[in-house]
Ligand binder design. Structure first.
Ligand code: CS2
Length: 499
């Protein structure tokens, strides 16, 4: 057995010549960014931008990554001095980059005070977040911080040992204010409409509970720009490590793969220093709402449709699902339905955007698992599909494709695909969903419509939505996914239900 050395500062020079790597002096990097929720997405997205700033000689932008839950990422990256490789898969050739921007990884439950100290450090100017939709603990009805959520209750009770993102931000901002420092800029990078605004409102709500003057200071001094983030980053499978070790000649337990596409649009309101964002490829704008909505409804909405319908048809990967023409045609139909609900950004080329999305979905070397995207549907579906659904319902327009997508999610929640293969439901409401008993389509739909915290009242009580969902779900169960989608082929966005 040949012993492969671990990637680290001591071995990084051994990487093959075609792998790019930090050429700057990592010792002189300062920590200017604290990132909450250090999963694969951060490491393939924001970290890549800060790496560019470091490569250009601006040494302020090293990162402290924080895990809010498990020590897994820390345990992978600590022995590697924070180094890891990103494999950019374009469908043919892979390009590999080694990233050096992460200086340390902290595990918040082990050392919340250390995280707060980093947040309060005068050199920290930016806090980025990828804590997933559920990490915001928002009330599904009001969209504000959910004060009934046990994690929020706990943080309010012991503000010195915060465990949630909002709790950590409040503690960090309070410490800065006490020290006479200005606030950092907080940049939410999750797929939530109005992500910055919502986070700001939550942080202020939590701070008010502790100190009104603090809440007021945050309100007037701290910037929480809204953002749109985009890059597909599949979860790394255990089987990849040995293949990567072979290609690199070094063992990298932090490796990940992604697509070439990379986009970050940030509203240009900051409280503190920033890198020269434009020169590192970040787009700045005064209002990101339209971009965010277009991306969330078109990319993520289609992704969810592909995950639930494709997954229930037995396709393990996005590229396999979109190679199937009923699924691909369905995605186009869904977009036909969604696009009229958007107020599109100026210069937005909808046809070009759709074609580009299909190309990205077709990327066969990316191997993006439908089961990964299918996770947390109760958090994702409402944010991706409910606004277009409500808009079309109130305009009296057809909702065939949107209903079919929601029905596809219900079909996925049955836990078994069209070939009889079982899958596990990963969702904060998994326990509630497990209460569903197989029954007639109307019982299944009524169960969903009446699950607390899922459908807002206006949708839950809409008869047209209910009958569309029943017909769509019935067709999926009776005809199988492909059969059901085949029947939709003759449908166009202006005709009535034809399941
Ligand atoms: C995906 C997103 O897993 C999911 O829910 O839809 O993570 C998607 O890949 C990214 O938002 C792309 O930017």
């Amino acid at each position: 057995v040949e012993l492969v050395m671990r990637l680290s500062q001591a071995t990084v020079a051994r990487l093959p010549a075609n792998v790019s790597r930090p050429r700057y002096d990592r010792q002189s990097v300062r920590i200017g960014v604290v990132h909450l929720g250090i999963g694969a997405f951060h490491r393939a997205h924001q970290a890549v931008f800060f790496e560019r700033a470091l490569a250009a000689g601006d040494m302020r932008w090293g990162i402290t990554g924080v895990s809010l839950r498990s020590p897994d990422v820390r345990d992978r990256l600590a022995p590697q001095d924070g180094l890891y490789t990103v494999r950019v898969c374009d469908g043919n050739v892979d390009t590999i980059e080694c990233i050096g921007a992460i200086r340390e990884v902290l595990v918040a439950p082990e050392a919340p005070q250390l995280v707060v100290a980093r947040l309060a450090d005068p050199a920290t100017h930016i806090v980025t977040l990828t804590v997933t939709e559920k990490g915001y603990h928002l009330d599904p009805v009001t969209g504000g911080l959910n004060f009934g959520d046990p994690a929020i209750v706990a943080d309010l009770a012991s503000p010195d040992r915060p465990a949630t993102a909002a709790g950590l931000l409040v503690a960090g901002l309070a410490a800065r204010r006490d020290a006479g420092l200005g606030p950092f800029t907080t940049i939410s990078c999750d797929n939530l409409p109005g992500n910055g605004e919502r986070l700001k409102a939550s942080v202020i709500a939590m701070a008010s509970n502790r100190d009104l003057a603090l809440a007021n200071w945050i309100k007037t001094e701290a910037a929480f720009p809204n953002t749109m983030v985009d890059r597909m980053v599949p979860a790394t499978n255990a089987s990849e490590y040995s293949r990567v070790a072979e290609a690199l000649g070094l063992d990298d337990r932090g490796t990940l793969r992604t697509e070439p596409f990379l986009q970050w649009i940030v509203e240009d309101t900051f409280s503190g220093e920033t890198p020269d964002f434009t020169s590192i490829g970040v787009q700045l704008c005064s209002d990101v709402t339209q971009w965010e909505e277009a991306k969330l409804r078109l990319l993520n909405g289609a992704h969810s449709a592909i995950a639930y319908l494709g997954g229930s048809a037995g396709f393990a990967f996005v590229h396999d699902a979109v190679a199937n023409s009923p699924i691909r045609n369905f995605v186009e139909t869904l977009w036909d339905e969604v696009i009229p609900t958007l107020s599109l950004p100026e210069k937005f080329d909808a046809v070009g955007y759709r074609n580009q999305l299909l190309k990205r979905f077709e990327n066969a070397t990316l191997r993006h698992a439908t089961a990964q995207i299918a996770q947390d549907g109760s958090q994702k579906i409402p944010r991706r599909l409910f606004a277009p659904l409500a808009q079309r319902l109130s305009a009296g327009q057809s909702i065939t494709a949107l209903s079919m997508t929601v029905a596809g999610w219900m079909r996925w929640l049955d836990g078994c695909d069209d070939h009889g293969a079982y899958h596990i439901i990963m969702d904060p409401l998994a326990a509630e969903f497990a209460e569903r008993r197989a029954g007639r389509p109307e019982q299944m739909v009524d169960f969903m419509l009446s699950t607390p915290g899922l459908f807002p009242l206006a949708l839950a009580t809409d008869e047209r939505l209910r009958s569309n969902l029943i017909a769509a779900y019935d067709s999926l169960v009776t005809n199988g996914v492909i059969g059901a989608l085949d029947r939709l082929q003759s449908y166009d966005a202006n005709s009535e239900i034809q399941y």
